[in-house]
Every structure is written in structure tokens, then in C-alpha cells.
Write a protein that binds this ligand. Structure first.
Ligand code: 3HC
Ligand code: NAI
Length: 693
């Protein structure tokens, strides 16, 4: 039997003290993730002090209440002044305690939570526990001993890879690295008590160990690999330097350096931006209150069209443990689609990334068929056939005929009107858009598009399915291009205006890569194939106002057979698949011709001008679509751009970027840009971005 120790120090605290015979149990109860908020830090100090003081306790076990240990520092506190006691104060108290303390881990032990565990004398973990020091993904480095304790157990090169890669590893992998003492598939707390008793009062501090010797070349290799992979993570270089100090400095000096660097980075602009996107990602996955409803349970999905997208969606659903029916229009297309899915799993097995029995199990959930009546088994149907309204309407008519009553009917259309598609059925209230991004089994973004008549339960089901697939679902309104493609179109148009105004494709691509975009817009266009946009532009030609500034360079490239990478020529030439650094004479003369037809005297555009114009066009479109209700939160726009379009995460997204600028100056600049870009570029009122969460 255990008793709550009624100490005045632990009353009303998120940290409580109970006993189990002569052992002390310290429980942290700070939902949802037991973050080390100031109350927890104070509570832990008090509890440790009580444990030290009370002679009846031989050892202590620290555990998290609910479904996790401590998943890290409370990053909501990071924007505010540091409050004492700090986490290093708690860690020092654990290390200086004369009696052993064991960390009993389950759920996540991340960041400060894992650092606290490493400062204990032993770690016992439930088999499903995940541990790691992911701080660099938040633009900081571990700030409570992680950079000094981890290398003492795993060596410098492994510590560099783990910290710089923000790796989260399983309990068994951590045990193999000597970071965890015992892994338990069962009562981990009981096992932690037994382990604490067996320690027989002895301390075993990692801080007293030395960093194991390693060949310099091995460490160097790890540094180079981490710098290469972490080139988009601002804190990587600082993390490397700090970890290296563990091998050459006494631990207290290393800890002091770590703390200084941590505090500097904690208030850096990048860390602020990364925290913004962290919370924006979590918010975007929640439906706004006015749409709250219970999702319908989904265990079987039917994917219609097994092309690029359909196959990727099928893989994503199989990976999430769903049953998948893959439906095609003819035998040959069905075989191609089925092979796409099965060879994905074979490749993963061959690359040692998946056990053969897991691959077999996943594939056993797949039915490939030409029989439309199979749709009846599906809780949710996703259409991914050719992007043509008539084709989609025909397919939805058939879906309507075969799908069971109440099933959710989704389209993966990129641009088409969801309501027009839904109107082909007798149940438009069950229809929504689920806009996956390519490759659908890799990209995390999912736009959940609300049609005019979509039921809230159907929307909630789309969001819940997204989460189950491990995606980031974002609610979008049914307007041309939804959120992402609409903003990207405005951005690409602006880049095309800049071609006409005086820049070459490479000037624009280089400037925007310098800004942090994963790729420049013209390299992206070549990669996706210029003909996709060309076809779309042709369908819009009859509705285009002659007063709208329209740049036809892309159309003219297509007319001369330059469709991008697939024809080894587009905005750039490709030799053996390698993009040439500059555009060639043919492209340049097409661009010059376009400038002269519009009467433009070409001028050199600086990188700064290019970046600014591109950002203004993105921000302006974001404000326009917010005011039309296409996005429900301004921060959703940031999630979409970061996850779907290679926008730099450490800039926080375009809305976050705009909020760092002077509101009035931005509006003025946008008005000037609008007057230069002519009709088709409407200057927005930006209040909607500044006033919205
Ligand atoms: N601080 C504050 N709130 C946090 C948080 C944190 N570190 N981590 C998660 N939360 C909040 C989320 O915002 C969310 O709140 P909401 O319900 O109001 O939206 C709630 O906790 C649950 O989070 P998730 O929706 O992400 O829940 P999951 O179950 O999917 O994932 C998790 C749980 C694996 C713990 C995931 O939240 C996560 O990875 N968190 C971040 C972990 C991390 O980066 N830790 C390091 C922090 S920095 C640090 O420790 C510095 C140290 O070195 C001093
Ligand atoms: P795709 O051309 O690779 O595949 C389409 C598949 O649909 C083909 O296998 C075809 O046989 C099948 N199909 C056509 N008509 C059919 C019918 N009546 N019944 C059953 N199957 C039929 O096309 P892709 O790229 O996979 O695109 C599919 C949809 O996804 C389109 O709406 C597209 O706009 C959208 N999309 C595409 C993205 C991309 O990057 N490729 C990204 C996001 C959405």
C-alpha cells in the first residue's frame, strides 16, 4: 500500500510524493505532456529535498502521471523571462542527492525530460517509450545537460548525430546504446522499484563518466553528415561545438557553455519562428469550434485511380493499418497501380527499412479490383482519377451508385470545384476534398476541403483520417486552388512578372533559395513538368480578362517542346539529368521578346527585391484568401506553405514573417506592387493577418 506524504512542500503541487515500503515515488502530474513548467521544477526540488531529508527512504523513483514521462521543457514559457528554479537546478539536486534516484519511463522522454532521466542513477523503460533530444528542431540546443551527458554514454559521433538529427529512438535502441538499463514489456513501475532496491543505496552518475575515445576521423564524418543534413536547422553548428566540448572540458565548464548557448538561442528569432510553427501545426489539425462533430469510424478505404497519387494514398492508408480497395478503369492500369504499391514495400524490405513479415502483413490488407461493387465495403472513398471535371463527375455518379449510405466520399482534386463534383451525386453532404500532396505517402500536408453542403461529421472524419495517416490536416474552403495552390499561383505569377521585368530564371531561383525556399520556382516548374500548368492555362484562357497581366513565357516554352526535366529542357537545360546553372539563349530570347511586347525596359533586379516581391505577393494572397474565409486561421497558411511548398520552417511561414514587418510599410509596398503589376493583382487589407490567431 502507498501513502501520500503530506509534506507542506508538496501540497497543491503538480509533483507528489508517496511511499512504497522504504522507497519513495515522485510523480509528476502536469498534463498533457508533463512538461517541466516552473511548478514542476519547484515541485521536483521540494520532493527531492523531502526524499533526502526522510531517513526511511532508501531510494526514489520518478515517474510521469498519465500516458507519458516528461516530453520536454514547457516551450510556452520560452517567450517569457526565465523563472527560477531552472531545470539545471533540479538536475543538480538529483545528481547531488546521496541516495539513488531511478527514472521510470513511459510514453515520451524528450528534451528536458530525457536530460532529467540521464541525470538519474538508472533508467527503466516501458518497451514503447521513445527517447531523444529534439531541441534543434526548435532552433535551440539541449539546455539541461544533454550535450554533456549523452556523449559520456554514446560517444561524440553518435551524440552529434542524435542531437543534430533531433532523433527520437525506441527504448530498445536506447538500451543497446547503454542509455537505458532495463526495458520492460509489462509493469515498468514495478520493475523500476525492484531496480531501485537492487541498487542498494549506490549512486551511478553519468556525469562522473568520461567520454569514450573515438577516432577523430569518425567524429569529423559525423559532423560533416550532420551539417549536410541539418543545413536547414539553425542550431546545428552550435550543437556540434557544445557537444565537442564534452570531450575536452570538465563537465561543469561544458555545462556552463551549454547553458549560455541555450539561453542565447532560446531568444533567437529562428527559435521564436520554430515555436510558432510547432503550435500552428497542432492548431491546424483541430477543426474550428463551429464545425465540431464526431468523426465517422473508418477502417476500409477505397481509392479510385491507382496512378501517382492513388498509389501513394493507398500506401499511406496501408501503413496506418487500414484496409484498402484499389479500383482502376482497366486491367493494365490496375496492374501498374498494384505494382507501384507492392514494389514500394519490396524496395523498403530490400533497403532494410521494413521487415518482410510487416510488408506482407500490410499488403494482405490490399484488394486490387476492377469491380465497382467492391466500393460497398468502404467507409470512405477517395477519388484520384484524371484532373478533368467531366471525368470526375462521371466517376462520382458511379460512386454514388455503389457506395453504402453514410460513407464519406472524397476527391483528391487539386483545383476543381468540390461542389460541382458533389453535384454529380445524390448526397453532396457526404462529399469533401482530401487534397494530398505528392508523393502522398511521404508529404505530411493534407488540405481537407469543405464543400457548400459538406456535413460537419464528414469534415471531422477527413481531419481524423488525416491524423490517423500521420498527416497534418488543414481545413480549407472550396475556392480555386484551396489554400496552397492558390498562394503558390500568386507567387509563381509574381516570379513570372519579374522575368519580364528584367530577371533571368536563375536570378530568381537563387534569390529565393537564399531566402530559404527548398527550391526556386523555375526549378520546381521544370521538375513538375511545364505542360501541367500549360494545360490548365489553356482551360482558363476563355475566361481570362485581357486587362490581366498574363506572362506567356511558359506557354511558349511548351510550344517549342520544352516541357521541363522530362524533355531535358524547360527554363533550364538538363545534361544527364543535371540542371545547368543558367538558362540558355533560347529561353532568354523568349523572355526578352515577352518584355519587349509589353514595352518593358528590362532592369536588373537585386536578390533583395526579388525576395521582397515574392514575399509581398504571398502575403497579399494569404490576406485575400483569409478575408474570403478560405483559411480559418492565419497560422494555417503557415502550416500549408511550410509543409507543402518548401517555405523555410525557421522563417515561421509567410504570415509569421509578415507579422515581424511593419504593418503599414507592408501595405504601402503591396499597393505599389499592385499598381505595377496591373489588373489581376488586387491589394489586400492585411488586418486580417495581424488580427487573426
Ligand atoms: N511545451 C508545451 N506544450 C507542449 C509541448 C512542450 N514541449 N509539447 C507538446 N505540447 C502540447 C501541444 O501543444 C498540445 O497542446 P494542445 O492539446 O493544447 O494543442 C499537447 O501538448 C499535446 O501535444 P501533441 O498534440 O503533439 O500530442 P502527441 O501525443 O501527438 O505528441 C509529443 C506528444 C510526442 C510529446 C509531441 O507533442 C512532441 O514532440 N512535443 C515536443 C517535444 C520536444 O520538442 N521537447 C523538447 C522541448 S525543448 C527542451 O526540452 C529544452 C530543454 O533542453 C531544456
Ligand atoms: P495519374 O494520371 O498518375 O493517375 C490517374 C489514374 O486514374 C490513372 O491510373 C487512370 O487509369 C485512373 N483513372 C482515370 N479514369 C478512371 C476511371 N474512370 N475509373 C478508375 N480509374 C480511372 O494522375 P495523378 O497525378 O495521380 O492525379 C490524380 C488526381 O490527383 C488529379 O485530380 C490530380 O489533380 C490530383 N493531384 C495530383 C498531384 C500530383 O502531383 N500528381 C498532387 C495533388 C493532387
Amino acid at each position: 500500500m502507498s501513502l501520500v506524504i503530506e509534506s507542506p512542500l508538496t501540497v497543491n503541487s503538480p509533483v507528489s510524493l508517496t511511499n512504497r515500503e522504504d522507497l519513495c515515488l515522485i510523480t509528476i502530474d502536469n498534463p498533457p505532456i508533463n512538461a517541466t513548467s516552473v511548478g514542476v521544477r519547484q515541485g521536483l526540488l521540494n520532493a527531492i529535498s523531502e526524499f533526502r531529508r526522510n531517513p526511511k527512504f532508501k531510494a526514489a523513483v520518478i515517474v510521469g502521471a498519465g500516458n507519458t514521462f516528461i516530453a520536454g521543457a514547457d516551450i510556452r514559457e520560452f517567450g517569457k523571462p526565465m523563472q527560477e528554479p531552472t531545470l539545471p537546478d533540479v538536475i543538480r539536486a538529483i545528481e547531488e542527492c546521496e541516495k539513488p534516484i531511478v527514472a521510470a519511463l513511459h510514453g515520451s522522454a524528450l528534451g528536458g525530460g530525457f536530460e532529467l532521466a540521464l541525470s538519474c542513477d538508472a533508467r527503466v523503460a516501458d518497451v514503447k517509450t521513445v527517447v531523444g533530444l529534439p531541441e534543434v528542431s526548435l532552433g535551440i540546443i539541449p539546455g539541461a545537460g544533454g550535450t554533456q551527458l549523452l556523449p559520456r554514454r554514446v560517444g561524440l559521433s553518435r551524440a552529434i548525430r542524435m542531437i543534430c538529427g533531433a532523433q527520437r529512438i525506441t527504448a530498445n535502441d536506447a538500451k543497446a546504446l547503454n542509455l537505458i538499463d532495463i526495458v520492460v514489456d509489462g509493469d515498468f513501475l514495478d520493475a523500476a522499484f525492484s531496480f531501485a532496491r537492487q541498487m542498494d543505496g549506490k549512486k551511478k552518475r553519468i556525469r562522473d563518466e568520461i567520454v569514450p575515445f573515438e577516432d577523430v576521423s569518425q567524429v569529423q564524418k559525423s559532423i560533416e553528415e550532420s551539417l549536410r543534413q541539418g543545413k536547414r536547422r539553425p542550431a546545428v553548428q552550435a550543437a556540434i561545438e557544445t557537444i565537442k566540448s564534452a570531450a575536452v572540458l570538465p563537465i561543469d565548464e561544458g555545462l556552463a557553455i551549454e547553458r549560455t548557448v541555450f539561453l542565447e538561442l532560446r531568444s533567437s528569432h529562428e527559435a521564436y519562428a520554430l515555436r510558432h510553427i510547432f503550435f500552428a501545426e497542432r492548431d491546424s489539425a483541430k477543426l474550428p469550434k463551429e464545425f465540431f462533430a464526431k468523426p465517422i469510424s473508418v477502417e476500409t478505404v477505397c481509392v479510385i485511380g491507382a496512378g501517382t497519387m492513388g498509389a501513394g494514398i493507398a500506401i499511406s492508408a496501408l501503413d496506418a493499418g487500414l484496409h484498402v480497395i484499389l479500383l482502376e478503369q482497366d486491367e493494365a492500369a490496375l496492374n501498374r497501380g498494384h505494382n507501384r504499391v507492392s514494389s514500394h514495400y519490396l524496395d523498403r524490405v530490400a533497403a532494410n527499412k521494413l521487415k518482410p513479415e510487416v510488408a506482407d502483413h500490410r499488403l494482405s490488407f490490399l484488394t486490387s479490383t476492377l469491380d465497382w461493387s467492391e466500393i460497398h465495403r468502404a467507409d470512405l472513398v477517395i477519388e484520384a482519377v484524371f484532373e478533368a471535371l467531366a471525368v470526375k463527375q462521371e466517376v462520382f455518379k458511379k460512386i454514388d451508385q455503389y457506395a453504402r449510405k453514410g460513407a464519406v466520399l472524397a476527391t483528391n482534386t487539386s483545383y476543381l470545384d468540390i461542389d460541382a463534383i458533389a453535384s454529380a451525386t445524390s448526397r453532396p453532404q457526404d462529399v469533401l476534398g482530401l487534397h494530398f500532396f505528392s508523393p502522398a505517402n511521404v508529404m505530411r500536408l493534407l488540405e481537407v476541403v469543405r464543400g457548400n453542403k459538406t456535413r460537419f461529421e464528414v469534415l471531422a472524419t477527413g481531419m481524423a483520417l488525416g491524423k490517423r495517416l500521420g498527416k497534418l490536416p488543414v481545413l480549407a474552403g472550396n475556392h480555386f486552388g484551396f489554400i496552397g495552390n492558390r498562394i503558390y499561383n500568386a507567387y509563381r505569377n509574381q516570379c513570372e512578372f519579374m522575368l519580364e521585368d528584367g530577371a533571368w530564371p536563375e536570378d530568381i531561383d537563387i534569390a529565393l533559395k537564399e531566402f530559404g525556399m527548398a527550391m526556386g520556382p523555375f526549378s520546381v516548374a521544370d521538375l513538375s513538368g511545364l505542360d501541367i500548368a500549360w494545360r490548365m492555362r489553356q482551360t482558363q484562357a476563355s475566361n481570362r480578362s485581357p486587362r490581366v497581366r498574363y506572362v506567356d513565357i511558359l506557354d511558349r516554352l511548351c510550344e517549342v517542346g520544352r516541357l521541363g526535366r522530362k524533355t531535358n529542357a524547360g527554363y533550364y537545360n538538363y545534361i544527364d539529368g543535371i540542371q545547368q546553372p543558367t538558362s540558355d539563349e533560347i529561353v532568354r530570347s523568349l523572355i526578352e521578346d515577352s518584355s519587349s511586347r509589353r514595352g518593358i525596359k528590362r532592369q536588373v533586379l537585386s536578390s533583395q527585391t526579388i525576395q521582397r516581391r515574392a514575399m509581398l505577393s504571398i502575403v497579399n494572397e494569404a490576406a485575400l484568401l483569409m478575408s474570403e474565409g478560405v483559411a480559418s486561421r492565419a497560422s494555417d497558411v503557415d502550416v500549408v506553405l511550410v509543409h507543402g511548398y518548401g517555405f523555410p520552417r525557421w522563417v515561421g511561414g509567410p504570415v509569421f514573417w509578415a507579422r515581424q514587418q511593419n504593418h503599414e510599410t507592408l501595405e504601402k509596398e503591396i499597393k505599389i506592387l499592385a499598381s505595377e503589376c496591373g489588373e489581376g493583382f488586387t491589394a489586400a487589407n492585411l488586418d486580417v493577418l495581424f488580427d487573426n490567431p
